[in-house]
Write a protein that binds this ligand. Structure first.
Ligand code: NAD
Length: 424
């Protein structure tokens, strides 16, 4: 998905991930060969996916699976269905998974998959055939100890169930090949709302650090899908006033606080927020620049760019989406007094509970929801505290601190495995 940065260039997730990596690698004084190893995908597969549509015609879709790095464990990463999916975006999203898993100290590497399609124009049958054919194309690459997909934009538990079934037909019963499955198929309690729940944990830990009570704060949430809705829901339950929400069709602002559950029910029943009467209707882009303490972009990459930088009113941005800030714009945010908590920390709750799901599948034993919540909070708080401590110690941004911690873990594992020989 492209967007125009303030310098007039388009940037994809790969470019953004390299720019972020380079800033941290410069601070770490990493040598060129090590950078090349860390910056390059281990494997990239493009597949053509023929699908018989409901009207009998055959359409051929493009799909991708990129495996970035597996030095710390099997590749792990979501599967995105969107008309804007490109290999460049999937490559960057795969790298972000490597850094996220390392920062959270999960024994997993990074990967990402995607299919260029518009699921909103496809029937359930067409989506199922598309998913099964895609798995046929990539089945040699995935597996419980190789690469484990999960949900991302426009994919959900139902699609993960088809993936589990299609893979298991070939390889035998393999629930651990994919996470984010329905509970009945080996899914985990707490996985569906895990990313949004994790976002709310990071926001509340931040408020605690600022010595603020969450019930004295307000937040605007861009994107009202899995991540955005659950982040808004959990934050509102903790007392934070949700003053604006948006989806791809519209924005809703209510400075007295929105009824998040009513908005969620409306979206579920009507397919979008369009027509929801719980606040003033605005263009969805206005939600990003609405008055609030905390801005939580939870949709696509490059939502915050040179075109809306000057209008931002939030003091802190929590990146619930992957790559929501254009990398050319980010260095200008501190001048505007805006702090950024980076995606590889903020949205890590999803992959954390995916990891718990995978562990449960390997154990063939289901954990209690209570256990999941305790363990999730421990992982999120531990990573948050490490990032804050390093950033404060070295007087660097939270993103640079998060990258330094993550890169260091991957480099150490690489050295210990002998994959990358240290010269020192
Ligand atoms: P989703 O498909 O469930 O929801 C996406 C939402 O964004 C939808 O409500 C859509 O209408 C909205 N949207 C799209 N364009 C928009 C625009 N221009 N303005 C406002 N809203 C817009 O997807 P999701 O799973 O919630 O993923 C959202 C983001 O979070 C992505 O960047 C994804 O990579 C990231 N993420 C997801 C997970 C997960 O567990 N699902 C985990 C980590 C990160």
């Amino acid at each position: 998905m492209k967007d125009i940065s303030d310098s007039g260039f388009s940037t994809d997730c790969h470019k953004a991930s390299i720019m972020q990596f380079d800033r941290a690698a410069d601070m770490m004084e990493l040598d060129g060969e090590l950078r090349q190893w860390l910056n390059t995908s281990f494997r990239e597969l493009s597949v053509r996916i023929p699908v018989t549509m409901d009207d009998g015609c055959v359409r051929v879709f493009s799909g991708y699976r990129v495996q970035h790095n597996n030095v710390r464990g099997p590749h792990k990463g979501g599967l995105r269905y969107h008309p804007g999916v490109s290999l460049g975006d999937i490559r960057g999203l795969a790298a972000w998974m490597t850094w996220k898993c390392a920062l959270l100290d999960l024994p997993l590497g990074g990967a990402k998959g995607g299919i260029t399609c518009n699921p909103k124009e496809m029937s359930s049958g067409e989506l199922e055939r598309l998913t099964r054919e895609y798995i046929h194309g990539i089945s040699d690459l995935i597996g419980p100890s190789k690469d484990i997909p999960a949900p991302d934009i426009n994919t959900n538990a139902r699609i993960m169930g088809w993936i589990m079934d299609e893979y298991s037909r070939r390889q035998g019963y393999s629930p651990g090949v994919v996470t984010g499955k329905p509970i009945e198929l080996g899914g985990s309690p707490g996985r569906e709302d895990a990313t949004g729940k994790g976002v709310s944990m990071i926001v509340s830990r931040w408020a605690e650090k600022e010595n603020r009570r969450l019930d004295q704060t307000s937040a605007a949430v861009q994107g009202f899908g899995n991540v955005g809705y659950h982040a808004a829901f959990h934050l509102s339950r903790l007392g934070c006033k949700i003053v604006a929400v948006s989806d791809s069709t519209t924005g809703i602002i209510n400075k007295d606080g929105l009824d998040v559950e009513a908005a969620g029910r409306y979206k579920k029943d009507n397919g979008s927020l369009s027509g929801f009467v719980g606040g003033e209707t605005v263009d969805q882009s206005e939600v990003l620049t609405s008055k609030c303490d905390y801005l939580i972009p939870s949709a696509l990459q490059n939502a915050i760019h040179g075109g809306n930088l000057e209008k931002l009113q939030a003091r802190v941005i929590f990146e619930a989406a992957n790559g929501p800030i254009c990398p050319y714009t980010e260095p200008k945010l501190p001048e505007r007094g805006i702090t950024v908590l980076p995606d590889i920390l903020v949205n890590g709750g999803g992959v954390t509970v995916s990891y718990f799901e995978w562990v449960q599948n390997i154990q063939h034993f289901q954990w209690k929801d209570e256990t999941i919540q305790i363990e999730l909070q421990a992982v999120m708080y531990r990573a948050f505290d490490k990032v804050i401590a390093l950033a404060e110690k070295r007087n660097i941004s939270y993103r640079n601190a998060a990258y330094i911690l993550a890169i260091d873990k991957v480099v150490q594992a690489g050295h210990l495995r002998g994959i990358y020989k240290s010269r020192s």
